[in-house]
Design a protein around this ligand. Structure first.
Ligand code: PLP
Length: 388
């Protein structure tokens, strides 16, 4: 048989494979598994969005090829959302492009700007696609450790000069998956200034902008003065509106960067089904009270779960955004060992921190994507472990 390409062979090993296998074994033995592993909302998509889709599916004009860059009405709805939510003005013709889920855009973006050997600055721990997209484009990922003592913000000023010379893109993702950390305005300001000095594209992944619980709403990087000269932001309806299955997202920001991504996409896909784009317009125009209902559910789950975990002696990173908890592994265990123990002894699936990169070692991630009763059951089971 023909061998896999070097590109495929050079991918980091799939760290969840062992857990997946064990989980399937347990399920087949009839174990009642509580799955806190996946970052996929359990709450259904709001009614009005589903209704809009049902209507849109019937329209013959949507049965043909969509436009590559997305319907202008969708891109305008994105621009309106950015204006309303962030006070950011976008030209829907040039500064917005539709994506088949933001993962698609994140994976394809480096193909537009990375030549073989160019460096992409990738945070660690992180969503794996930044690194994998880099490798697929022939680029070289350079690890930016995210450390708790820095509130999980990268120390971009400590990157060696010889790396900077080859660097073309830096990825940032706040509110952050997996750590739940949030970026400050000051961090973004310094980042934009630094990126301009070194001519490095700032690629911001804002998938969790609407999953917040504090007084201060998470920022878009485009709120920072001058950001549009050098930044692109990837956003998605997946997490905000419980639409992970629908595959619709957007990239916004600098015109040249959007056009580059558009060039790649024109050659690999033919856009997203227009009925989905129409449903997405309905979603983006929903009153914030609809999203607030979703936030209230996560907020309650978060509060209950943080307290319960702390009561049994586990240390949770303090944050007020995302539906993740980033928890320290008890002394004497690695991330993999502890997550394995949770599955074996408690029937609980969590994600080991090192699955997001080496700097995730020492932590595990809990997704608050199951009802509160199940979360409490999970804590009850962990408390019986007698290792804490
Ligand atoms: C979920 C997620 C995404 C992408 O979601 P899509 O469904 O592809 O839009 C992107 N980045 C992070 C960090 C995520 O957790």
């Amino acid at each position: 048989m023909v061998e896999y390409s070097e590109r495929i062979k050079s991918l980091p090993p799939y760290l969840f494979a062992q857990i997946d296998k064990k989980k399937r074994e347990k399920l087949s033995q009839g174990v009642d598994i509580i799955d806190l592993g996946v970052g996929d909302p359990d709450i259904p998509t709001p009614e009005p969005i589903v209704r809009a889709m049902q209507k849109a599916v019937e329209k013959p004009e949507h049965h043909r090829y969509p436009s590559y860059e997305g319907m202008l009405s969708f891109r305008s709805a994105v621009a309106d959302f950015y204006k309303r939510r962030f006070g950011v003005f976008l030209d829907p013709h040039k500064e917005v492009i539709a994506l088949i889920g933001s993962k698609e855009g994140i994976a394809h973006f480096p193909l537009a700007f990375i030549n073989p050997g160019d460096v992409v600055l990738c945070p660690d721990p992180a969503y794996p696609v930044y690194k994998i997209g880099t490798i697929f484009a022939g680029g070289v990922p350079y690890t930016l450790p995210l450390k708790e003592e820095n509130h999980f913000l990268p120390d971009f000023k400590s990157i060696p000069e010889e790396v900077l010379r080859k660097a073309k893109i830096i990825w940032v993702n706040y509110p952050n998956n997996p750590t739940s950390a949030v970026a400050t305005e000051n961090f973004y300001r310094e980042l934009i200034q630094w990126a301009k000095e070194h001519n490095i594209i700032v690629a911001s992944d804002l998938a969790y902008s609407e999953i917040y619980f504090g007084e201060e709403k998470p920022l878009s990087i485009l709120q920072i003065e001058g950001a549009k000269d050098i930044a692109i932001e990837f956003h998605s309806l997946s997490k905000t509106y419980n639409m992970t299955g629908w595959r619709i997202g957007m990239a916004v920001g600098n015109e040249h960067l959007i056009a580059g991504l558009g060039k790649v996409k024109t050659n690999v896909d033919s856009g997203q089904f227009q009925a989905i784009q129409e449903a997405a317009i309905t979603a983006l125009n929903l009153p914030d009270s609809e999203v607030q209902k979703i936030r209230d559910i996560y907020k309650q789950r978060r509060e209950v779960m943080v307290k319960a975990l702390e009561d049994i002696g586990l240390e949770v990173y303090k944050s007020s955004a995302t539906f993740y908890l980033w928890v320290k592994v008890p002394k004497g265990f690695t991330s993999a060992e502890f997550v394995s123990l949770l599955l074996d002894q408690c029937g609980i699936v969590c994600t080991p921190g090192n699955g997001f990169g080496d700097y995730g070692e020492g932590y595990f991630r809990i997704s608050l994507t199951v009802p509160t009763e199940r979360l409490l059951q999970a804590v009850e089971r962990i408390s019986k472990l007698k290792i804490l």
